[in-house]
Write a protein that binds this ligand. Structure first.
Ligand SMILES: Cc1cc2nc3c(=O)[nH]c(=O)nc-3n(C[C@H](O)[C@H](O)[C@H](O)COP(=O)(O)O)c2cc1C
Length: 196
């Protein structure tokens, strides 16, 4: 694959919610996690821990879990008709994503008060690296915060150590051909930036 320019990768990344029925080679998944781990972290503690789910059986179980959560959230969030339609399609089978990457932080004993925030910041940076690396590989991703409320079930399924805390779930796969991603509008620069 031709190398993409950084700006091109940034502009090409959108949350993808429909995927092809095509497996991602393990080598690529490993490379993406290496890309993730190049991120900065407070005191270089690298609190991130990754678990990648591939098996159909586990993915189906997770999809059921997600659908249950979405059904609860749907009433609270009152999505627009367009978003609701997209969400229904996505949550029913996680858009047919071939892999799910669960990202945890490893909690440590007697943490200083700021450690939680530092860990979230570090893990988020790692995830962004992974998502941009995915674009470079012709892959799409979607961060799924909704899984957080199923943390205990997920930890059990993945058999994680007890001191791991779930911070994110990322659906990943080859974007479905012909399916256009939802392009979300970004705020104007004047709304988010001030030079003083
Ligand atoms: C912390 C976080 C949680 C998210 N959770 C969900 C989710 O549960 N379901 C979903 O469909 N998208 C989820 N997203 C994706 C956002 O909806 C998406 O990033 C946003 O609408 C902007 O669109 P873009 O990623 O295409 O730029 C999440 C994103 C972040 C950063």
């Amino acid at each position: 694959m031709l190398e993409m320019k950084f700006r091109e990768i940034i502009n090409k990344r959108h949350s993808i919610r429909e995927y092809e029925n095509r497996k991602i080679p393990k080598k690529i998944l490993k490379r993406l996690v290496i890309t993730a781990t190049k991120a900065p972290s407070a005191k270089n503690e690298q609190p991130w821990r990754f678990f990648i789910v591939s098996s159909k059986k586990r993915r189906d179980y997770l999809a059921e879990m997600l659908w249950e959560e979405f059904s609860k959230l749907r009433d609270i969030e009152k999505l627009t008709a367009k978003l609701d339609k997209i969400a229904i399609k996505f949550y029913k089978n996680i858009g047919n994503a071939q892999n799910l990457i669960f990202v945890f932080r490893e909690t440590r004993k007697n943490p200083p008060a700021y450690q939680y925030f530092n860990d979230i910041a570090g893990v988020s940076g790692a995830i962004e690296n992974l998502m941009l690396g995915a674009v470079e590989q012709g892959l799409g991703t979607c961060w799924i915060g909704t899984f957080k409320s199923k943390e205990n079930e997920i930890k059990k399924l993945l058999n994680t150590p007890r001191n791991y805390e779930l911070l994110a779930a990322i659906a990943i796969g080859y974007p479905k051909k012909g399916s256009k991603p939802l392009i979300r509008e970004k705020r104007k620069l004047s709304e988010v930036l001030k030079f003083i």
